[in-house]
Design a protein. Structure first.
Length: 271
């Protein structure tokens, strides 16, 4: 069984939706806004956001394109789409529409958008290059595609400590997580180029996410793909892992985690 089959993104993120939404204030929204800022969106423009989650990138784009623009967010998890619609109503951002759909079969029309984004979702694609190519196919010639993935340092050093504690509880736990597929910047460059994109740029950045309290770490863990590993543990074992992690944070005086992010952009070839 592959890591994608084990993770079952639809189930994982339907379950994690609320915690993910809370976590996005700290991390997902930051990376989503950074991704959108790398695009040349203008008022009246249009954007497709694939694996949109609760909508941080889509709503950032909606601000850029304004009331005369349009944004379409697509996600496989119904609960994520429900949250995204709530946030769009709160903004308000009527130019942002959200629908349930899969990056493996977008079916959103060809040459329809000025740009497309996928923030922390491409590693769940059955075929990464094929999904990027589908995104590119939905963008007009000369438009941009931005794909943002997790880099080699993913919530370090706490993710490593979590894995150590989880394996002590469950030695057979499969920790071959999907984001390992896209954590190499040069692999990502090759994916975008193979998908037919031109002027490909890949930037790997490492920043710090402050932890106000040790509890912030577990909130992050339950609101990200790490949740799937937690779900594989017995409840009592998960509780022990949590307590070990929080105690270690306190003992070591950890006040932040490192975030490795790979920002990739490319241009759709002119006809």
């Amino acid at each position: 069984m592959t890591s994608l089959e084990i993770y079952n993104p639809r189930m994982t993120y339907n379950t994690a939706a609320i915690d993910y939404d809370t976590t996005s204030v700290d991390f997902w929204r930051y990376a989503a806004v950074e991704t959108v800022q790398r695009l040349g969106l203008v008022p009246g423009g249009s954007l497709l956001d694939v694996a949109c989650g609760p909508g941080p990138a889509a709503l950032a784009a909606a601000e850029r394109v304004g009331s005369h623009g349009s944004v379409l967010g697509v996600d496989i998890a119904e609960e994520m789409i429900a949250l995204a619609r709530e946030h769009a109503a709160e903004a308000p951002a009527p130019q942002a529409e959200f629908v349930v759909g899969s990056m493996d079969d977008l079916d959103v029309g060809a040459d329809r958008f000025d740009a497309a984004t996928c923030v922390f979702g491409i590693f769940f694609a059955r075929d990464v290059r094929a999904s990027i190519a589908e995104m590119a196919g939905a963008v007009r010639p000369g438009g941009q595609v931005a794909v943002t993935s997790l880099g080699p340092k993913f919530f370090s050093p706490l993710y490593e400590k979590f894995i150590e504690a989880a394996l002590a509880e469950h030695p057979g736990l499969d920790v071959d997580v999907p984001w390992h597929r896209t954590e190499d910047p040069e692999v990502m460059r090759a994916h975008l180029q193979a998908a037919g994109l031109e002027q490909v740029e890949v930037v790997h950045e490492v920043s710090a996410l402050p932890l106000q309290t040790p509890q912030d770490w577990w909130r992050i863990a339950t609101g990200t793909g790490i949740r799937r590993l937690i779900m594989e543990l017995e409840p009592s074992a998960a509780d022990r892992v949590r307590e070990q992690n929080l105690a270690w944070i306190t003992d070591q005086g950890i006040d932040h985690v490192e975030l490795g992010v790979i920002y990739c952009t490319g241009v759709v070839a002119e006809s």
